[in-house]
Design a protein around this ligand. Structure first.
Ligand code: HEM
Length: 394
């Protein structure tokens, strides 16, 4: 079942080679193993099966790499039920729809400030000036990082993305972050405020609370899971408007289509294009036998464009589709931050469409992050054309 083609092409050309590869693999080699022994899965039905059968397809890296056991304690993305169930229940008590909805005015203020600064830039870059910066501010607001420490927090986000290796004084970034957050958590345990950290510190299910290390691991997970994913979604939306101008015209005419547009962007260009699971037992998937303790990578990019599941999957239509996409995963690990990501997308594009008649994509786009799981642009030089009325009043 090994396919000579089982290595994805690079994103250097903006994604066309990858899209074509995923389409070919889905049709010809829907479940296939590469030379490193990783199984790639492309069809919607098989990817969906992986998400919903967590007993067979585990999220616990400790199954293959026992050394990671301590590092992932409290990281709900890397544990299976029943441990996952307990963590998710406790965290969901604190990270409620109301907590997310209450962030909206602060997201508007933060996005508006960044957009104003971006518009004044000689050479605006939508990723550098807006899409990269905003999610860090939002996660900081959510957790309850005091405003005076925002720069520090942003520097951790930068360092995490560039590898987070040891610092000059020998300490690791993780140590520094943990010491800071542990101190903040101690303060919130003593004097709760109106923020997620206070809510996490006091969340209780059946008389049980989260231990300190679980709250701290969750805070790191928020930064790891909620930053670049959102950055990519914002950049990918601009790329999609550029590729499908009719969709932009439709949304400019009827702003109620904006949420549907964002869902279509997530379907076409999922920021996390594939995930990882480990088989706990021998299993047959799509008619192919996969041995126990194999690494399996379900391709969200493949599933989201599967013609067996979506009518006209290559069309880009902001009107709501009947079939949901898998960009936020599925099953027990379905993205906890999906409502927040959607809110950030809506706020940003409401503001951008209000302010600018055109967002022109310039040459020099750099696609791809060091992680082979991420789909999106690292730089996005744009030309921003204000609406005539806005330009006159400026
Ligand atoms: C467009 C932006 C986002 C995308 C595309 C995205 C995608 C995903 C996906 C695919 C998963 C499932 C991982 C798996 O099954 O292994 C996931 C899980 C998760 N996401 Fe997101 N995410 C986004 C934004 C966010 C935000 C803003 C936050 C929070 C600030 C967040 C927090 C989480 C958490 C905590 C999990 C783990 C949930 C669990 O294991 O139960 N995500 N996300």
């Amino acid at each position: 079942m090994t396919s000579p083609e089982a290595r994805p092409p690079s994103l250097a050309d903006g994604g066309s080679a990858l899209f074509a590869w995923v389409d070919r693999m889905r049709e010809n080699n829907p479940v296939t193993v590469d030379e490193d022994g990783t199984w790639h899965v492309f069809r919607h039905a098989d990817v969906h099966r992986i998400f919903t059968d967590h007993r067979t397809f585990s999220s616990d890296p400790g199954l293959l790499l026992p050394d990671t056991a301590e590092a992932v304690r409290g990281n709900m993305a890397a544990v299976d039920p029943p441990v996952h169930h307990r963590l998710r229940k406790l965290v969901s008590k604190a990270f409620t729809p109301k907590v997310v909805a209450d962030l909206e005015p602060r997201i508007v203020t933060a996005a508006d400030t960044l957009i104003t600064a971006m518009a004044e830039h000689d050479a605006p870059d939508l990723i550098r000036d807006l899409a990269y910066a905003l999610p860090v501010v939002v996660i900081g607001e959510l957790i309850g990082i005091p405003p005076e420490d925002r720069t520090l927090y942003r520097s951790w986000a930068d360092a995490l993305l560039s590898g987070g290796g040891p610092r000059e004084d020998g300490t690791s970034l993780t140590d520094v972050m943990e010491t800071y957050l542990a101190d903040l958590l101690g303060q919130r345990r003593r004097n709760p405020e109106n923020d997620l950290f206070s809510a996490l510190a006091h969340a209780e299910v059946d008389g049980e609370r989260l231990a300190d290390h679980e709250v701290l691991n969750f805070a790191s997970l928020l930064l790891a899971a909620g930053h670049i994913t959102t950055t990519m979604m914002l950049g990918n939306t601009v790329l999609s408007l550029h590729e499908f101008p009719a969709a932009e015209t439709a949304v400019r005419r009827d702003r109620a289509l904006l949420p549907g547009l964002l869902e279509e962007v997530l379907r076409h260009r999922p920021p996390i294009m594939r995930l990882l699971r480990i088989t706990t037992t021998d299993v047959e998937l799509g008619g192919v036998a996969i041995p126990a303790r194999s690494m399996v990578t379900p391709w969200l990019l493949g599933a989201n464009r599967d013609p067996r599941h979506y009518t006209d999957p290559t069309a880009f239509d902001p009107r709501p589709r009947r079939e949901a996409h898998l960009a936020f995963g599925g099953g027990v690990h379905f993205c906890l931050g999906a409502p927040l990501a959607r809110l950030e997308g809506r706020v940003v594009f409401d503001l951008l469409l209000d302010r600018f008649a055109e967002i022109r994509v310039r040459d020099g786009i750099q696609v791809g992050y060091p992680s082979p799981m991420i789909f999106g642009v690292r730089e996005l030089p744009v030309e921003l054309v204000p609406h005539p009325a806005v330009a006159r009043s400026a």
